[in-house]
Write a protein that binds this ligand. Structure first.
Ligand SMILES: Cc1ncc(COP(=O)(O)O)c(C=O)c1O
Length: 469
């Protein structure tokens, strides 16, 4: 398609007509490409060039540079095309063992057949909601979630991503308590809309958008005493705190696991001070950490829980915030007080129902616990051989972080793995920590392949004392 840059002057009527005619031709070309079962070499090369040009000219050039590990391994032109289970495949047919899992969405693997067929069946029936008739899948998914949630978390609202789940949880906490403040954790990550960003525990992402919500107080993650101190201070000076918000295991901070008494103590403190406890299980939920919910490790039921990522079975975007019937009453007076057009649409709910079925039927939490323990154990042994450059291997289940001395070395390891056909990436808040977050049914052989390729990468990086992969 001819590339028209935005002109300073308003385009003439002829130019507008021409651009629309071009868009029609270009859209048809892509539709034809989508319908082509096997691309030929020319189509592949053109697809690569078009994708790079389109990102550069129309999306965000920064993305091409930002994926530094990919770029450094000279793979910046790798264009994803398909995937199955634990593998992503680029348009040229190179396969990558996927240890990134789309940042945690592929707990059921890529294109799990049960999820795909549920969504396809619903697609042929009713893809989106009429918005006026009651849609049965929304009710069915709400019921299923209610059955598998901890404590008496039973009522839910569906949206499309983790950020919106946190946003809804914050609004619900304010509505129910009539208070405005939140206690959040340093290095915590809860999303990037204004409310959820206000809970963000890292300056880099907050400062350009200040002022955010004013009454958010930060405490170190894993320190229950600091939460109590903050609540005491708030009481003393008359600040109103609606809720304490935390991830059960911090994901984007680099798979940081709190002490075992942290969540039970948070529960006890929140109940005593009559503030709500919000568990952000966007990344940890549905088996990732080796239990169905990460809070199950400590037998804690929060007052509100946020779920997303894996909930759509790796096929649809779907999220929810869930709470108790008592807290939910404030939303029932006027259900339109918090609403969404696409949240909980029938396709997403079909995917959600299938995802829950797969997680339970295949016992993915138990598989994550077993493979996670094996991988982490082996990584910790390997770390001892590279202690100069590798600070720590930690995590729970298949939410594993490998912290290196600095982000440059982390990038070099990610690039080396990418070159060897293993996909990993840094965590958002802590770039020197690489995450391992594969499909939960990853096999022992696949775990061993990761370990071998990692060792090979580290050997070559440390042998030459340079950071080229
Ligand atoms: C714990 C947690 N909360 C919220 C979010 C935001 O989710 P999303 O990117 O789907 O909006 C993330 C994303 O990584 C997350 O890890």
């Amino acid at each position: 398609m001819a590339t028209y840059r935005r002109q300073k002057h308003a385009p003439s009527a002829d130019e507008v007509r021409q651009r629309r005619a071009d868009a029609l031709v270009e859209s048809q070309r892509w539709l034809d490409l989508l319908a082509t079962p096997q691309l030929n070499e020319y189509q592949k090369r053109r697809l690569i060039q078009d994708t790079i040009d389109n990102f550069d000219d129309y999306f965000n050039r920064g993305y091409i540079d930002y994926r530094k590990s990919v770029t450094e391994s000279e793979g910046f032109a790798s264009i994803e095309w398909t995937g199955t289970g634990c593998y992503v495949e680029d348009v040229q047919g190179k396969r990558y063992l996927d240890c990134l899992g789309g940042f945690g969405i592929y707990s059921c693997g890529i294109r799990h057949p049960k999820v795909i067929s549920a969504v396809k069946a619903q697609l042929d029936r009713m893809p989106m909601s009429s918005q006026e008739l009651l849609d049965p899948l929304r009710g069915a998914l709400a019921h299923l979630l209610g059955e598998i949630m901890p404590g008496d978390l039973q009522k839910c609202f569906f949206i499309n991503n983790g950020t919106d789940a946190v946003e809804g949880a914050m609004k619900l906490a304010r509505l129910h308590t009539g208070r405005s403040g939140f206690i959040s954790c340093l290095d915590g990550f809860h999303g990037k809309s204004y409310g959820s960003l206000s809970l963000m525990g890292k300056a880099e992402y907050r400062v350009p958008f200040e002022p955010l919500l004013q009454d958010v107080y930060f405490v170190p993650f894993g320190d229950a005493e600091a939460v109590e101190d903050e609540l005491k201070k708030a009481q003393q000076v008359g600040f109103d705190v609606a809720a304490v918000v935390a991830e059960p295991v911090q994901g984007e901070a680099g798979a940081v696991v709190p002490p075992d008494d942290y969540w039970p103590r948070l529960r006890e403190i929140c109940s005593r001070y009559e503030v709500l406890l919000i568990a952000d299980e966007v990344q940890t939920g549905l088996g990732r950490t080796g239990a169905l919910w990460a809070v199950d490790h400590w037998d804690v039921a929060p007052d509100i829980m946020c779920v997303a990522k894996a909930m759509g079975g790796g096929v649809m975007s779907l999220s929810a915030f869930v709470s108790t019937p008592e807290i939910w009453k404030v939303l029932e007076k006027n259900p339109a007080i918090h609403s969404t057009t696409f949240g909980g649409n029938p396709l997403a709910c079909a995917a959600g129902i299938a995802a829950i079925n797969v997680v339970l039927e295949e016992d993915l939490p138990a598989k994550a616990a077993k493979s996670g323990a094996y991988l982490l154990g082996e990584l910790q042994k390997m770390r001892e051989r590279y202690a100069d450059v590798w600070v720590e291997a930690r995590g729970k289940g298949l939410l594993i972080g490998m912290e290196f001395v600095d982000s440059e070395f982390g990038y070099a390891v990610a690039a080396g793995l990418f070159k060897r056909g293993v996909l990993v990436s840094g965590t958002l808040i802590n770039a020197k920590t690489l995450r391992i977050e594969p499909a939960l049914d990853i096999s022992r052989e696949q775990c061993d392949e990761i370990l071998e390729k990692l060792e090979d990468t580290l050997r070559s990086l440390t042998a030459y004392c340079k950071l080229t992969p």
